[in-house]
Design a protein around this ligand. Structure first.
Ligand SMILES: Nc1ncnc2c1ncn2[C@@H]1O[C@H](COP(=O)(O)OP(=O)(O)OP(=O)(O)O)[C@@H](O)[C@H]1O
Ligand SMILES: [Mg+2]
Length: 213
């Protein structure tokens, strides 16, 4: 697979030293946002955490499986990740190089969805099609990320300018920044990298060099 320039940016933003706490991809339809963000999310999570829980959110769990996991899980397996899903628990466990993290699947379909994610402690959350989710759910998901070093990953298609996600997140991120695939800076975080051979090989194979190898 040949990644575009923007996809490379998504795949490397967390590798670079900096103070980014969140990323928003609001690029064009079918531009490869979900796949690149999903892949980067797993690479980041497995590099940074061990024994943690992270959230994967779609409008419904079915759409999350169809749009994100169906292509991504086989790709991760090819990279050497052990992935297994307990469908009844909406749980995906991923293991690599002695590390293991749990990815909880959530559907943010309506106002009642916030209650489903409430109570969990997360080290990061990916929201695919965030603009289709109610504000209460998105805010609850953000509030769940209380583990040190947690980051927020938002993915959405362009929405009308009155949409709350557009006004509250995208417009704010855009102040002084490029128009799409935004990154939001909110805190300073030290970057300590843990990268195993698989990561280095993945980035090398794709001619992406976000760090010294
Ligand atoms: N660099 C790439 N090379 C080849 N195929 C790719 C690449 N990136 C993504 N794809 C494929 O293109 C299709 C669309 O990708 P993806 O679902 O990530 O796009 P999207 O921007 O999220 O689309 P949507 O606007 O529908 O949400 C998927 O089948 C994905 O596997
Ligand atoms: Mg998508």
């Amino acid at each position: 697979m040949r990644f575009s320039q923007k996809q490379r940016r998504v795949l490397t933003w967390w590798c670079r030293p900096g103070d980014w706490e969140a990323i928003i991809c609001d690029g064009a339809v079918r531009s490869g946002k979900t796949f690149s963000m999903g892949l980067s999310f797993f690479l980041w999570a497995m590099a940074r955490f061990n024994g943690r829980q992270l959230g994967l959110c779609g409008k419904t769990i079915t759409s999350l499986r169809r749009n994100l996991l169906a292509e991504l899980v086989p790709y991760l397996r090819r990279l050497g990740f052990d992935c297994w899903e307990r469908r009844s628990e909406n749980l995906l466990t991923v293991r690599l190089g002695g590390r293991e993290n749990r990815f909880l699947l959530f559907g943010g379909r309506d106002e009642s969805s916030a209650a489903l994610i409430q109570g969990s402690t997360l080290a990061g959350v990916l929201l695919d099609e965030a603009a289709l989710m109610p504000r209460s759910f998105v805010e609850q998901a953000v509030a769940r990320c209380s583990v040190a070093g947690s980051r927020l990953w938002f993915n959405c298609n362009p929405e009308n300018p009155q949409h709350w996600f557009y006004r509250e997140w995208i417009l704010r991120a855009r102040e002084g920044r490029s128009p799409n695939w935004e990154m939001i800076s909110r805190i300073k975080s030290a970057t300590v990298h843990w990268l195993c051979k698989n990561y280095v090989n993945f980035y090398k194979a794709n001619c992406i060099y976000p760090f010294k190898t």
